[in-house]
Design a protein around this ligand. Structure first.
Ligand SMILES: [Zn+2]
Length: 361
């Protein structure tokens, strides 16, 4: 079983917004939510900290996720109340609440924040040698930069451990347009990007709309990743990468994390209607293989599962009922004649290489 580096998990958002105790088992969380019906994913969670350990995950990229602005819908919020009047200061407060959750877990010995390349290497070696007792390593990322009140505040976020930023999420963000809308970077975005470069914060292009994507990668010449992103050729939607965008990411030596949200794996998936039976983990292998064929190697593929990121197993492939099932993907790739070394590169090697380069020494 190859160790897995998961480049996208909304752990704190999941815990703070859904009031989930991630230190419990998957079954315990499901039981606690048995009678809840506020969101479709209730009682259908696939992950928890013990589950990540069982799946062999030494490190993940863990997000801070909070949006603001007039275009935002009243879903996916910190308190799931109406967001229409959320301000940058409110988004900053919500992101700090999620950071506080990670720090509390660290205090309790469940996780360990990783801020440098040396810490990443030491942690990885320790986890591989003692996978039953080493805490989960977290690289801190922000999904949507709305909580950064002004670019000059980035230094403070960096001191608190922030190492990657995606400028936008859904809708129009304060720095860029995201999924389901289309438009350019904001006037403040270039300054934020140059602060990121100065401090050593990687740019996550996931969720950028096409125009903002093109502008951001032009301005930012530092390390790029697409943390949880699939291919538009296979599943048409602005949420996915075009072959041209994939080509540019390959040129920049980026890594693209395959997302396991069934909505991004099955063309025409309708949230709340389509059932998991229509799609399997082999579809994830199709997206990975598409990128490998464009690149001529496995060097640019990873996994950014996005699991429990606002949905449960009502919206995952039929053969992924809980997080540990992700290991079936290794068997699928092997059956497609991917060598063990290639499977390991996809499961963790490529992300390790990228973050060794992207993190401060
Ligand atoms: Zn996302």
């Amino acid at each position: 079983m190859p160790f897995l580096f998961d480049a996208h998990l909304d752990l704190a958002w999941c815990a703070v917004s859904y009031n989930r105790d991630l230190t419990q088992s998957v079954e315990e969380i499901r039981r606690a939510e048995q009678h809840m019906s506020d969101v479709p994913g209730r009682g259908r969670n696939v992950l928890s900290l013990p589950e990540l350990r069982r799946a062999g995950v030494p490190v993940c990229v863990a997000t801070l996720l909070a949006r603001c602005g007039v275009d935002q819908k009243p879903q996916l919020t910190y308190s799931r109340t109406d967001l229409e009047h959320a301000t940058p200061a409110i988004a900053a407060a919500a992101a700090h609440a999620q950071l506080a959750y990670y720090l509390a877990l660290q205090e309790q010995g469940h996780v360990r924040l990783i801020g440098t390349a040396a810490e990443l290497d030491t942690h990885w070696q320790q986890y591989v040698a003692a996978p039953d007792t080493t805490p989960l390593g977290l690289i801190l990322s922000m999904e949507g930069a709305d909580p950064i009140v002004a670019p000059r505040n980035l230094e403070q976020w960096h001191r608190q451990g922030l190492r990657a930023i995606g400028l936008s999420h859904y809708g129009r963000g304060r720095y860029a347009y995201g999924t389901a809308v289309e438009g350019p970077l904001s006037a403040e975005a270039p300054q934020l990007l140059s602060e990121m470069r100065r401090l050593g914060i990687a740019l996550d292009v996931t969720h950028l709309c096409d125009t903002s994507f093109a502008q951001a990668v032009e301005i930012f010449d530092g390390p790029l990743l697409a943390s949880h992103h699939n291919c538009r050729t296979l599943v048409p939607s602005d949420r996915q990468l075009t072959d041209e965008q994939i080509g540019l990411l390959i040129q920049r030596d980026a890594v693209i994390g395959a997302a396991l949200d069934a909505w991004m794996l099955y063309p025409g998936w309708r949230r709340g209607e389509t059932l998991p039976e229509v799609v399997g983990l082999d579809a994830v292998a199709d997206h990975i293989d598409h990128i490998c064929q464009l690149a001529g190697s496995t060097r640019h593929c990873g996994i950014g599962s996005d699991l429990d990121g606002g949905f449960g197993n009502e919206q995952t492939p039929r053969d992924l009922r809980r997080y540990t099932d992700i290991q079936r993907l290794a068997e699928i790739l092997s059956a497609r004649n991917y060598s063990d070394a290639d499977v390991e590169a996809i499961f963790h090697g490529n992300w390790l290489r990228l973050f060794r380069r992207a993190l401060p020494a």
